[in-house]
Ligand binder design. Sequence first.
Ligand code: CA
Length: 223
Amino acid sequence: MRVLVVEDEKKLGELLGRGLREEGYAADLADRGEEALWMARAVPYDAIVLDVMLPGADGFEVCRRLRKDGVWTPVLMLTARDEVDDRVGGLDAGADDYLTKPFAFEELLARLRALTRRTPVERPTVLEVGGLHLDPAAHRAWRGAQELDLSAKEFALLELFMRRPGITLTRTQLLDGAWDIAFESRSNVVDVYVRYLREKIDRPFGRDSIETVRGVGYRLRAD
Ligand code: CA
């Protein structure tokens, strides 16, 4: 396990580095945000311990930039005070967990163990499949440069397809993913909405990206 410790307080940084090495981790130290950014991009760390209060780019900024660049290494943020704003800010910036200073080293180890048990998953901000783009956070979608005008359900359905390109999704899967459980599941609502979706994302563009898989469901072409 290789950990990057980002802390500008020299004593604390060295203490953490030494403690981690005694526990069998490989630990690298950075004392500035910019330094942490290039190290984290260059080395596939298993986890990053990131102090919020840093000169220059602070911990929030470092975390945001890493996620923006597609670096999904788990981040344990160190916040100076137990303040809601700091914790919320850290999690919003893409941190996976936080620890309030002062903390017991045992707790840092426990949290690192928990973080490194999870495999980093890609959480791209914009989905792209065969000329379609979808931004789940902004709730917007495009075919090429053309923005699509989708209802909430059409959007939910398209997102389901775009998260599993090339995979056949059954009507039940689509229903479970885009409608709440109270919905009457015997209705043909999925077929109706797939037809709506085709009218918006395919037909005006002369495309045929949603395939019908007879007797099973539908599939979004991956190419
Ligand atoms: Ca600091």
